[in-house]
Design a protein around this ligand. Structure first.
Ligand code: TPP
Ligand code: MG
Length: 567
């Protein structure tokens, strides 16, 4: 076996990744991974994005896969490098994002004998990956080339479908790791004619939702994060035609139209409202939204709950769903094409609509135009064009966008790493999202999350990518003020809120980004717009205070309850 064998096999492997549909790959430097990195870089149909930190590479790949809807490959060298991909792999598994992880490893004879940078990489990510495969080293015989081509197609299809997620291929690689002469051209004759992949997996048509009596009367639809934006718009149209309140998380893409109930989080905090609005049927689509009041309300209902999920995923922490339909919810829309097929309660619908409008008014009045965390979340959703992506960090940003974001005719695509709710890798994921599309990406992030992935900023200058980063800097984790731990005053500030006093303008200078501090809503809007129009990565800092933020959230909640029409 020679370096030529290794490279012939890897060239065929990358050829099949490209034929299957891979458009992006992330690399990070090392010695052992040289053959994989070079083979990916030399495959012209795959765009390679280089990272120095594997944790960033993994999250960048995640963002690119989210945006493009296709598997993204990510490779790294052996040892702890591979372990640094674990957070992104875990997030990808929970958020159903397709990743193809290609780790380089020592060949068997160098394992467990004290060779440098060698750790046990077999099943390194445990059950977080959908599939693990140890790719044997071999001579590039026709049989081995058929095998490696099939392997690439298989990895791609497992990552891409049913449900999408990460796969891990571990490549033991023997020295020499570089070629001593160029590979023969053209490539091997094993590949299929034209651009066809060597092997494909056909998915059966979705099973239509059949059986059971149709829902009627007081129906509510709860829509969480979902991949199919077009279907989400159809769902909003369907809810409006049928007169069904649509409790839509912004990440569902369905917070649009007259049926969208944007402020369910505030509405359902009112026990009176929650009790007076018990539905007869709940239809759930997409992931379960973050909102605690919504989750608690759903958990306490004694009514039929139906959940649609194309992958048959079990999102039901309170064990209340009575029927799961392992199909896209489009099958529901197709079944009930006109109002006669579904008898809904119009008074019920009107009551939700009126309550939501009243709460929207209360939010606007209470927030006014003074810059605050909720107002930034609400405003970004309003300002951004439909082509733009709003990437929202975990912690308060994702909650504020859910709680305060208004329904819009055509809003931006809203994305977030909510599979495992980590605050890690946020900047890298947002850059990956920007890499996979032409349109602007705005990241709404807290200071701790930004500090956690500060190295992700390197993508701006090294990869020539532009991001608009709106930083809500309250010098610590503002979210913890909402939790009982805030009362544990001996340790709260230092060990839970973790103020850091970082001056992010210096980070911007280090990483070659622009930095602006916005003091007013108008200034924020104009800097966001200028950043989107420009081609530099800009950090726009909004300074807030954690205590005042807590008090403001309470004032809005009080005002919302006071504004509700009598039950
Ligand atoms: C990787 C990881 N570590 C820790 C946590 C726990 N955590 C949740 S929110 C948070 C604080 C985030 O602070 P910041 O980004 O400033 O947002 P804020 O709460 O101020 O809105 C932490 C540490 C987490 N979710 N993920
Ligand atoms: Mg913070």
């Amino acid at each position: 076996m020679t370096a030529t064998d290794t490279y012939l096999l890897l060239r065929a492997f990358c050829d099949e990744l490209a034929r299957s549909g891979t458009e992006h790959a992330c690399t990070s430097p090392g010695s052992r991974c040289t053959p994989i990195v070079l083979s990916l870089v030399r495959e012209e149909r795959i765009r390679c994005w280089s990272h120095i930190d594997e944790r960033c590479a993994g999250f960048f790949a995640l963002g690119a896969a989210k945006r493009s809807g296709r598997p993204v490959a990510v490779t790294c060298t052996s040892g702890t490098a591979a372990a640094n991909l674990a957070p992104a792999v875990i997030e990808a598994r929970h958020a159903r994002v397709p990743l193809i992880v290609l780790t380089a490893d020592r060949p068997p004879e160098l394992r467990d004998v004290g060779a440098g940078q060698t750790v046990d990489q077999l099943k390194l990510y445990g059950d977080a990956v959908k599939w693990f495969f140890e790719v044997g080293v071999d001579e590039a015989t026709p049989a081995a080339l058929r095998f490696i081509r099939t392997l690439a197609c298989r990895a791609y299809s497992i990552a891409a479908a049913g449900p999408p997620g990460p796969v891990h291929l571990n490549f033991p690689l023997r020295e020499p790791l570089v070629l001593d002469r160029p590979l023969p051209l053209p490539g091997d004759a094993i590949g299929r004619d034209g651009e066809r992949p060597y092997a494909v997996v056909d998915t059966p048509p979705a099973i239509a939702a059949t059986g059971g009596s149709p829902p009627f009367g007081r129906i509510v639809i709860v829509a969480g994060q979902d991949r199919d934006r077009e279907a989400a718009r159809e769902l909003a149209g369907f809810a409006e035609r049928m007169g069904i309140p649509l409790l839509a998380d912004p990440m569902s893409g369905a917070r649009t139209g007259r049926a969208a109930i944007a402020h369910y989080d505030l509405l359902l905090r009112d026990p009176r409202f929650a009790a007076a609005h018990q539905p007869q049927f709940v239809i759930r689509v997409g992931d379960l939204p973050t909102s605690k009041p919504l989750r608690a309300w759903l958990a306490g209902l004694h009514t039929a709950q139906i959940a649609f999920d194309p992958d048959g995923i079990w999102h039901d922490p309170d064990a209340v769903v009575g029927m799961r339909i392992a199909a896209p919810y489009r099958s529901l829309l197709e079944r009930f094409t006109d109002e006669r097929a579904l008898v809904t309660d119009r008074e019920w619908y009107a009551s939700w609509r009126a309550a939501d409008d009243a709460v929207a008014g209360a939010i606007d009045r209470t927030l006014g135009d003074e810059l605050s965390e909720p107002l930034v979340a609400r405003s970004l959703g309003e300002w951004l064009a439909p082509e733009a992506t709003l990437f929202v960090a975990s912690s308060m940003p994702v909650r504020d966008v859910e709680e305060f974001g208004a329904a819009r005719d055509r809003g931006p695509l809203v994305l977030s790493n909510r599979g495992a709710n980590g605050i890690d890798g946020t900047v890298s994921s947002a850059f990956g999202t920007a890499a996979a599309g032409e349109d602007p990406v705005v990241l709404l992030v807290g200071d701790v999350a930004l500090a956690h992935d500060i190295g992700g900023l390197l993508a701006a200058s090294r990869l020539g990518l532009a991001l608009t980063i709106v930083l809500l800097n309250n010098d610590g984790g503002g979210i913890f003020h909402f939790l009982p731990v805030a009362g544990e005053t001996d340790a709260f500030e230092q060990h839970v809120a973790t103020p850091h006093g970082l001056d992010f303008s210096r980070a911007a200078a280090l990483y070659g980004c622009e930095f602006v501090r916005a003091e007013t809503l108008d200034a924020l809007r104009s800097t966001v717009e200028a950043s989107i129009a420009g081609d530099a990565t800009t950090i726009i800092e909004v300074r807030t205070d954690r205590e005042q933020n807590l008090a403001l959230h309470r004032r809005v909640a009080d005002a919302a309850l006071a504004a509700l029409p009598p039950a």
